[in-house]
Design a protein around this ligand. Structure first.
Ligand code: ATP
Length: 321
């Protein structure tokens, strides 16, 4: 393994209970992030983005699901082999997580400033009100002294999201996982929150794993992207390369949708059909039904990953699509 890699997910498979059995929803993904990189995990709803990112800090409830196999290395340590105690030391301090819905994640009965401060206390790091105020300012909270004493319900969705980000960055983690960080805030604030994540990445050198279904968000922020479909990564590489020449027919379709919207075309391009749900997964290319370039051999097996010009693509036919 490359010594410099910060996070390396290898052949990760995750299942959830369905009746007496388990149903596999993530079917072997490989993703890596180097220090300072922003890596987007992109895909339609249900493709397995959130459960994969939850697995990094072992947030899969074992009453509901399990990690079937795989390795998740963080600075060369396999997180899946750590005890709960060892993991608690890493969560919040070295790796922190910003959840989709900030108002659900914050404690309604605690002043927000105190909630930020608690993260430092949990990890026994030096803590002071000044330090909290400084981070609040860093995340763009203008009247930090006043907001410090407020409760989450007194704040707007955008302010709550900034508080969540402050909690996420106060320990200066090496890795920040942000799951749809702009999905619950107004469109007008989205750019600001994304800009904030970008500045955190630049100022602190924090690596970010960004979970999003929105190609525009990924385009704005990410250095690299992994495009998921049917519990697999279909294409992976540098964002600029993917935007210039998408290789997988699914990526091409997604980009066509984005471009069609951007150009305000009279007839918007949409990808026909829907992704398969885990109960419909077969040993074939999951994109088969929607693929315009499909061939009979796409049904023979799940296509293997092909390495092509710095890119990984899971398609037997990508050259010809
Ligand atoms: N606790 C759970 N119990 C059973 N199935 C689950 C559970 N959590 C997720 N799943 C299933 O795992 C699959 C992947 O879900 P996941 O939330 O990772 O998708 P996603 O790509 O993040 O989509 P979304 O953006 O809608 O959250 C889905 O089929 C989902 O129904």
């Amino acid at each position: 393994m490359d010594d410099k890699v910060l996070l390396k997910i290898e052949n990760l498979k995750i299942s959830f209970k369905r009746g007496k059995d388990y149903l596999q929803v993530v079917r072997g993904i490989d993703i890596e992030a180097f220090p300072g990189e922003i890596v987007g995990i992109l895909g339609e709803s249900g493709s397995g983005k959130t459960v994969s990112s939850n697995a990094i800090i072992r947030l899969i409830d074992d009453k509901e699901g399990r990690i079937d196999s795989g390795k998740i290395y963080f600075k060369n340590k396999n997180l899946l082999k750590l005890s709960e105690k060892e993991l608690r030391r890493i969560r919040g301090k070295n790796i922190s997580y910003i959840f989709q819905n900030p108002t659900d994640s914050l404690n309604s009965y605690r002043r927000v400033g105190k909630q930020i401060e608690e993260t430092l206390k949990i990890h026994r790091l030096p803590c002071s009100k000044e330090k909290v105020l400084e981070v609040m300012k860093d995340v763009g909270i203008i009247d930090a002294k006043f907001i410090y004493d407020m409760y989450p319900f007194q704040l707007s969705g955008g302010q709550c999201q900034r508080i969540m980000i402050a909690i996420g960055v106060i320990c200066k983690p090496e890795l920040l996982i942000a799951d749809e960080p702009t999905s619950s805030i107004d469109a007008s604030l989205r750019k600001k929150v994304l800009g904030l994540l970008k500045s955190i990445n630049e100022k602190y050198g924090t690596s970010i794993i960004l979970i999003t279904h929105d190609f525009d968000v990924a385009k704005f922020l990410c250095h690299k992207a992994a495009i998921m479909y049917g519990g697999l990564v279909m294409e992976q590489g540098y964002m600029k390369d993917i935007l210039k020449a998408p290789l997988h027919p699914y990526t091409r379709g997604l980009l066509k949708c984005v471009n069609s919207l951007e150009k305000s075309e009279d007839t918007l391009f949409t990808l026909e059909g829907r992704p398969p749900s885990p109960s419909e997964f077969k040993n074939e290319c999951p994109f088969y039904d929607r693929c315009k370039g499909r061939k009979e051999r796409c049904k023979e097996n799940i296509p293997k990953i092909v390495k092509y010009n710095n890119r990984n693509v899971r398609c037997v036919n990508f050259n010809y699509c």
